[in-house]
Design a protein around this ligand. Structure first.
Ligand SMILES: C[S@@+](CC[C@H](N)C(=O)[O-])C[C@H]1O[C@@H](n2cnc3c(N)ncnc32)[C@H](O)[C@@H]1O
Length: 186
């Protein structure tokens, strides 16, 4: 990893943050700490965009010796993300998948498991991402989902489902846009 390129790239991407719908810095820093605290080694992100949040995950995964799988529908955004990841020296630490998230997730082999999930794509599909990913979660996995306050109506079916699921303990954090956190108890 190139620390200088990492800091420079984060600063650069923050200039166009609204255009690419990136998470704010405080959410990135919080999720980065959470990956280190959980010692997560297998992270999946739904909604790569230009790779801003992915950079925060990769910096943490460098410390835990883990890998990131990240999904983006648009090829152009995905190639910008790959450029940003490689510029910071993260080659070999990520797997960038391009296409529709529900389709790609449905085709995951049964033995692919994750200990940390970040949901940040189509708000109405959060519930489907959760349902498809549940069998792929390791014990004590963490699921974070962004925009649960800013897009409350659209994500409500997801929140209802995960808050009612006794396998999970969940809370909504007062970070910008609202971040839900769910901890898999089993
Ligand atoms: C909010 S942005 C992600 C921002 C990114 N996580 C960050 O903070 O840097 C959402 C991204 O999800 C992608 N997306 C939306 N629906 C999708 C789907 N069904 N499958 C894959 N990607 C999708 C969009 O193209 C967009 O780039």
């Amino acid at each position: 990893m190139n620390k200088e390129a990492f800091n420079e790239t984060l600063n650069e991407l923050e200039v166009t943050q609204r255009e690419f719908w990136n998470i704010p810095r405080e959410t990135g820093n919080f999720l980065n700490m959470l990956i280190k605290i959980r010692q997560a080694k297998s992270v999946i992100e739904i909604g790569t965009s230009n790779g801003y949040s992915g950079l925060w995950f990769l910096e943490a995964l460098e410390k835990t010796d883990g890998t990131l799988t990240t999904i983006e529908y648009y090829e152009k955004r995905q190639s910008v993300a790959i450029e940003n990841f490689n510029k910071c020296g993260f080659e070999g630490r990520y797997n960038a998948l391009q296409g529709d998230a529900c389709e790609l997730l449905s085709n995951l082999p049964d033995d692919v498991k994750f200990d940390f999930v970040f949901i940040d794509a189509n708000k109405r599909e959060y519930i489907e991402y959760f349902e498809i990913l549940k069998p792929h979660l390791l014990p004590h996995a963490i699921i974070a989902a962004d925009n649960v306050s800013s897009h409350r109506q659209k994500v409500q079916p997801f929140l209802d489902k995960i808050f009612a699921d006794s396998d999970f303990q969940s809370e909504i954090l007062d970070l910008p846009a609202g971040l839900s956190l769910s901890y898999k108890l089993v």
